[in-house]
Design a protein around this ligand. Sequence first.
Ligand code: NAP
Ligand code: SF4
Length: 691
Amino acid sequence: MSAPYPPPYPPPYPHLLAPLDLGFTTLANRVLMGSMHTGLEDGRKHFAAMAAFYAERARGGVGLIVTGGFAPNIEGWAKPFAGTLATHAAARRHRQVTDAVHAEGGKIALQILHTGRYGYQPLCVAPSRLKSPISPFTPRELTARGIERQIRAFVRCAALAREAGYDGVEVMGSEGYFINQFLVTHTNQRTDAWGGPYECRMRLAVEVVRRVREAVGPDFIVVYRLSMLDLIPDGSSWAEAVQLAKAVVNAGATILNTGIGWHEARVPTIATSVPRGAFAWVTKKMRDELRAAGIGVPLVTSNRINTPDVGERILADGCADLVSLARPLLADAEFVAKARAGRADDINTCIACNQACLDHTFRNQLATCLVNPRAAQETVLVVRPAAQRRRYAVVGAGPAGLAAATTLAERGHEVHLFEGAGEIGGQFNMARRIPGKEEFAETLRYFDRRLQATGVQLRLNTRATPEALVAGGYDAVLLATGVSPRDPQIPGEDLPHVLSYVDVLRHDAPVGERVAIVGAGGIGFDVAEFLVTPAGHSPTLDLKAWMAEWGVADPAQVRGGVVRPQPAPPARRVTLLQRKSGKLGRGLGKTTGWIHRAALQMKQVEMIGGVNYERITPEGLVVSYGDKRQDGQLIACDTVVLCAGQEPLRELQAPLAAASVAVHLVGGAHEAAELDAKRAIAQGTALAAAL
Ligand code: NAP
Ligand code: SF4
């Protein structure tokens, strides 16, 4: 992105964009790209893609990149054959990454990640033989010699990172990984010099930092990621966290990064429903402690910082010296450059959905981004200027149509986008009304700007007819007409107290006090969340309420910072149903499904699977179970909401094809089953890049 001329005055984001002098080197600004596992780390064949991925972020102006985690040895693997930096040959492979980043003027540190008992592999090790709830493998308890071997592996990895051209390393000491496991009695029950009193439990962390510093010399960045809020019972006390912070700084850490929550914690820490900047107060608390002790080490704060405004406010309030953004830089590699140019409205904002990043990683797929399908696909999904300018019509301005139209226009084509409604966004306009999904509005703001910037000719309130499209003489028509709600054909569904989710979320139809929801897919869960939350009281927009809801407390008051959740009472009594037997919400996101289920359980939503829908009566919904269809059971309610999935809307296809117009289907119009915004945007972008 070229710098604007004249530059914006006054310069925007004075705290966020201020350089940071580390003594031996200077970071261009206060934005650190937080470590994010993309899967590119885990195979030699991905190094070129990884170089392109980080180079694009360096070009976008980020102050310091931290790579996804690399294990220092096989015991530290996150999974079998996970990316490891333990040999000179491996260090040589990393050269293409560091060279590519430096060529763009960037700086990059390698994260050393030893997963300890979180390793999803049989060779995992830990301070004590205690299985974690999130891995099927029981770790081997290390001997004192074994611990020494792990420390040497950290040191070797750091030295190799320097050899590979990195500007620094981040020692991963939080999130419940190996080093963190030594710190608390929850996972460390040793009685030797590495367990027992806190001085012994923290010895590993301090030894690793001290010996890494010795090995890499004074002019190399060593970031230590410190768990400041464990969010588990028996987690570190605040006094222990402060003691450790002082010790690792004394041992040679250049920067302290904030870790929030172990992976096994039952509190969401990064999902969409977590308020923006929800944990900046924790870093501030630590920063104040260290400053009071005369320790001026720069601190990084993280979690749910996804706009320059949020980052600027956090820094201006003295919460931290840098902000860490991981997923937001997947969503938009030019985050910093756009902020600097005074174009924050053009940023493609991370909506914290996890659908294409973490959910992919946990399914062993390469991570990318729902709102930016080019992320980590830079060498595969290339948007090139078109060889010849053509005319396209895109019908439907939902996520698929918006992605297709703007990508086509970016390539230089003339694009006419037709939308029957008075606003762009399609299903996203319903999603953004769900408490905890307010972020979805950001994607529509982004696409709105993008439509203007790329010159798409948008026609709102315009139902495209086959005749008009044929008469338009387009080179091709892209049908992104979306979906319509499936009719579940339940006797009695035409009664006045039966609504579809569209009536509820789009048309604000009145809903009674007792509600039965037919269908427990993503939309059934969303509608339940909408109905149990009092209007205007989304905890996502109220940090205090959110903390009470999930039981997050001041770690100075209670170890680990967790107390019993105190959710606000539900606004309605809701029953959520599906025909499949088994747990409801099984098809929700791998890393977020548990949050949706827990949130509804806290609101006393009754979840029932394995039902047959017999009929709807004025008194409620009659269901039966299994083959005993005659024994209907009444679920008394005054409103029934149908969330029974979708059917594709593609009635324009046949008449256009009959008139020999080239037609392409994208998004829900192409395939409604398991449609989600990830597929819609990816498909729209890929088709437009290929046409
Ligand atoms: P969905 O996820 O496919 O769920 C449809 C639900 O309707 C299922 O519970 C299904 O369960 C039920 N159903 C299907 N046919 C039925 C019939 N004939 N009669 C009664 N019930 C029927 O679809 P959706 O909820 O409409 O969501 C659409 C897409 O948006 C999904 O792909 C979803 O991933 C995405 N989305 C995701 C989220 C999220 O992850 N939080 C939120 C919103 C939307 P049974 O067949 O067992 O009854
Ligand atoms: Fe953010 Fe969702 Fe993209 Fe992940 S997939 S980076 S959470 S927008």
